[in-house]
Design a binder for this molecule. Structure first.
Ligand code: PLP
Length: 389
């Protein structure tokens, strides 16, 4: 099986397995317990918190463990808007291509009051500071713009965006979903620029079900999960100490290997994209910064579902975009927002390469894609370059 779905989930790092496995049967005590075993569990949690905070450029007290990116996003949005409303500011400014964990939370929290302002990306999927600035004002409680998009992989300049927000919406809390960029980018500058930051472990080679929300010291956020005093009273529930440890190890390895991984994977991805274009695919994002592993393309004249089923049968794992939406035949909200459906709306596939992808995987994948396209009758039309610009 050629695995080209690293944006949905990554293989667990060997270092994570080696660190966590021996503790599975011993470090089971509740980290809130007052006895020795509880203290040992607590130490694992505290060490993980300290290391992750350090690597992301935050203070340990600013890092709250959650059940993953979805919860962190939900909490950042709902918690900020709830408090904002009490203080007389209820408007949220959110890009229209955010992950649904942000979009739906913002829609729910702003309800029918119409206090949700959607920032549209440019035609290649970038959300610019200028576009955000058009929606700012004193009534804004929350600005949430992702560091990189999960479907198309396009990266946004959060430092620039945060500067615009500080200038034009003095009371707004700035959140960024950095789930996709965390495996590839140094986030310290982004952490410094924003108030809230979401990261998820399983995109990094850690385990599913662990994430963090960085909550800057000055920010007051209403809890989302209540019923216990864990995480300094900000997020209830017995902490998953080994999940936290796995995330710390995964992030440490990602930071250690980052430069080499970025160079190697983006090289493989560029070669893969050239191969796809030679087969008639159209590259969605060009002229903008894209994460190293993302290859988001369209096969004109074909349907996403028939392509994905064909690839799957032939041993190639890819997806339509957001993994939670795969299987759905309708156009994703991200592709729709690009306003280029006519050209790239049909036959959309997100291939995502990762740390474990090899040159052989790329060659195998291209051969599978060639065979499946042949079976489906090939793409119907494309420009000379395969690019849309
Ligand atoms: N945000 C983005 C950008 C994502 O890509 C994902 C997962 O696909 C999430 C949030 C949700 O993260 P989790 O799977 O940890 O809930």
């Amino acid at each position: 099986m050629a695995y080209f779905d690293h944006a949905a989930a990554t293989p667990v790092r060997l270092e994570v397995l080696e660190a966590v496995a021996p503790l599975l049967t011993t470090a089971y005590a509740n980290p809130s317990a007052g006895h020795g075993q509880g203290r040992e569990a607590r130490a694992i949690l505290d060490d993980a918190r300290e290391e992750i905070a350090h690597l992301l450029g935050a203070l340990p007290g600013e890092l709250i463990f959650t059940s993953g990116g979805t919860e962190s996003d939900n909490w950042a949005v709902a918690g900020t808007l709830e408090r904002g409303r009490r203080e007389g500011r209820g408007r949220a400014v959110v890009s229209s291509i955010e992950h649904k964990a942000v979009l739906e939370a913002a829609e729910r929290a702003t309800g029918r009051s119409g206090e949700l302002s959607l920032v549209e990306p440019n035609e290649y999927g970038e959300v610019t500071a200028e576009a955000v600035a058009q929606h700012l004002g004193d009534d804004v409680a929350l600005v949430s713009i992702m560091t990189a998009n999960n479907e198309i992989g396009v990266m946004n300049d959060l430092v620039d965006i945060a500067r615009a927000v500080r200038r034009n919406a003095a009371h707004a809390v700035i959140h960024s979903d950095a789930v996709q960029s965390a495996p590839w980018c140094d986030l310290q500058e982004v952490t410094r620029a924003v108030d809230l930051l979401t990261v998820s472990s399983h995109k990094l080679g850690g385990l599913k079900g662990t994430g963090v929300l960085i909550v800057k010291e000055a920010v007051r956020l209403d809890p989302l999960v209540v019923g216990g005093a864990q995480e300094l009273g900000r997020r209830a529930g017995t902490q998953d100490c080994l999940g936290a440890m796995a995330m710390a190890v995964a992030l440490r390895c990602a930071v250690r290997d980052r430069d080499l991984d970025v160079a190697r994977v983006s090289g493989l991805r560029d070669g893969f994209l050239s191969g796809l274009v030679a087969l008639g695919a159209v590259v969605t994002a060009s002229g903008v910064r894209v994460l190293p592993g993302h290859a988001h393309v369209s096969f004109p004249g074909l349907l996403t579902d028939e392509l994905l089923v064909g690839f799957d049968r032939a041993g190639l794992a890819a997806s339509a975009g957001a993994s939670c939406a795969s299987g759905a035949t309708e156009l994703s909200h991200v592709v729709t927002a690009l306003k280029r459906e006519e050209a790239v709306g049909k036959g959309i596939v997100r291939f995502s390469l990762g740390r474990t992808t090899t040159q052989t995987d790329v060659a195998d994948a291209l051969e599978i894609i060639r065979r499946v396209l042949d079976l489906l009758g090939g793409v119907r039309s494309t420009s000379a370059t395969g690019l849309l610009d």
